[in-house]
Design a protein around this ligand. Sequence first.
Ligand code: UDP
Length: 328
Amino acid sequence: MTETAIVAGAAGFLGSHLSESLLNDGWTVIGIDNLSTGATANLRTFRKNPNFRFLKRDLTRRVRLPPATAVFQLASPASPPHYQRDPLACLSVNSFGTAQLIEHAHVSGARFFLASTSEVYGDPEVHPQPESYFGHVNPIGPRSCYDEGKRYAEALTAAWERTKGVDARIARIFNTYGPRMALDDGRVVTQFLVQGWTGAPITVHGGGVQTRSFCYVSDLIAGFRKLYDSSVKGPVNLGNPNTEMSMNDLAEKVRELTGGRSTVVHSERGQDDPERRRPDISRAKELLGWEPKVPLDEGLQRTSEDIQARLKRAARALAKATRSEGTG
Ligand code: UDP
C-alpha cells in the first residue's frame, strides 16, 4: 500500500527533514505549514517531487485536511525566543491544532505521530531524564506555553488512544541541531554559529554552566522513522546522551570552529531555563534498536558549513540589492 503522510510543520527544521526522508522512501507527502517559523526555502530539495504537495494552512484555525494513512504533528514553534514571542499561538497549535490532526487521524484510520519534547520534564530534578519522570514544570512561567502545550498534546494523544483506540506514537525530542535551522532561530547552536561566522560576540546566557545534550538531525529522523514503524506505545525519548556539555564549553567549541574571531560574553539568562538536560534513551535502545551515531564534532561541522553558505548567500543578495538601489 502506498503511504500518504500529512506532515504538519513541513516547512520547519524537523518537518522538512522528515518529509524528505519519507519522500525518499516513496511516500506521498502533504506538507502543511503556516510559515510562521518555517520557510519555503526548506522545501527546496523536494518541492518539485511529484509525490509532494504543499498547503499553506494555519492549524490554529479549523482547516479541511486531505485523506492520509499517517499524520505527523510537528507544527509548533520550538525555539524559546519564537514561542515566547507569541505564546497564545504556541498554546493554540499544540492544543487545538493537535486536536484537529488527531481527530483527522481517527476519522481516516491513520496512525498519529506526535512530536513532543524534553521540555515536558521542565527544569528536571532527575538526571538523566527517563520517560517515567513526570517533570518539574512552572505552569505559568514564560516557557509554559511550550512545556504545557506539549504536555496537553501528550495528554490529548493518550486520551484519544485510551478512549477511541487511535493508533499513536509519541516522541520526546531532546535538543536537535543541523542544516536548515533558521539563521534567526535563536536556539543555542545556530545562534553561536551565526555569531561566530559574523565575528559578533558569542552570547552565553548566565554563568554558562547549564548543560544540554545535542542530537544531529539525521539521527533524530532515523529515530522518528523507527518509532513510527514500531508498535511501541507511550512516549519515547529521542536524543543524544553522549554529548552533554555546558554552554561555556559549547561557546568555546564554536568559537574555535568559526576561526576564533568572536569574543565570548555573558548575557541575561531566561527564567526557568533548565539547569541540566540529558536523555535516558534506554527505551529507544531496547524497543527500537535505535541510538544516535553522528559525533558532535561531525554534526557541528556540517551545520557550520550550511550556516556559512547561507550567510554568504544572504550577504551577496544584500550587496546586489544595494547596488541596484544605487543605480535605480
Ligand atoms: N543559550 C545561550 N545563548 C544563546 C542562546 C541560548 O547561552 O544565545 C542557552 C540557553 O539559555 C539554554 C541553552 O543555551 O541554557 C539552550 O537553549 P536553546 O534555546 O537552544 O534551547 P532549550 O534547550 O533551552 O529549549
